[in-house]
Design a protein around this ligand. Structure first.
Ligand code: IMP
Ligand code: MG
Length: 180
């Protein structure tokens, strides 16, 4: 077990890269089955956290798709502030399109609720949500999360795109905060 320090906190290994890869493959396979015959899907990545997951995920897709990104921010430190800020928007119409939103992690569900509302406003034809991690105990939303690679408890994790105040995104494994 490896221990690392990011800012003021210590983290220890929780999920190894190999296990993440297997989970990404499983979720990609499900999406492949569902999207085989869907017309012109748009894969919409929510930055920054989803960038590594999304890049591994789309390379396992067996259908043609278009990539788009939005950038949201609601987290400060280990807490979701609940106030969504859109730092980078879509910049084009996605009206009538079939969208797969790709998130790094669904925690309270505030971000995904915001995104789903935006999709309604954008008048998309359909929308599915895919997330690498889901915290069922923290989730307060009522929308279904269609594709979940891994469920985790109510703990704070970093690595594979996820950060603690912008640190730790480059780590290959997932680390969990180790006491305080
Ligand atoms: P929500 O809006 O509360 O569902 O939080 C979603 C966003 O908060 C994610 O896209 C992440 O950027 C961030 N987040 C939530 N939990 C964690 C965590 O355990 N580690 C790092 N970031 C997290
Ligand atoms: Mg995020």
């Amino acid at each position: 077990m490896e221990s690392i320090k990011l800012h003021d906190l210590t983290f220890r290994t929780m999920i190894e890269a190999k296990e993440i890869e297997a989970a990404v493959s499983r979720v990609a396979q499900k999406i492949n089955e569902d999207f085989r015959d869907v017309e012109s899907p748009i894969v919409l990545g929510v930055l920054n956290g989803s960038f590594i997951f999304l890049s591994d995920l789309v390379r396992k897709f067996e259908f043609r798709c278009e990539l788009c990104f939005v950038k949201l921010s609601s987290y400060s430190g280990q807490e979701s502030t609940g106030k969504m800020r859109e730092l980078l928007g879509l910049g084009k119409s996605i009206k009538g399109r079939n969208v797969i939103i790709v998130e790094d992690i669904v925690d309270t569900g505030n971000s995904i609720k915001y995104m789903l509302n935006e999709m309604k406003r954008a008048e998309v034809a359909s929308v599915k949500v895919c997330t690498l991690f889901f915290k069922p105990e923290a989730y307060q939303g009522d929308a279904a999360i269609d594709y979940v690679a891994m469920n985790i408890g109510n703990e704070f994790i970093v690595g594979y795109g996820l950060d603690y105040n912008e640190y730790g995104r480059e780590l290959k494994d997932i680390y969990v905060v180790d006491g305080e």
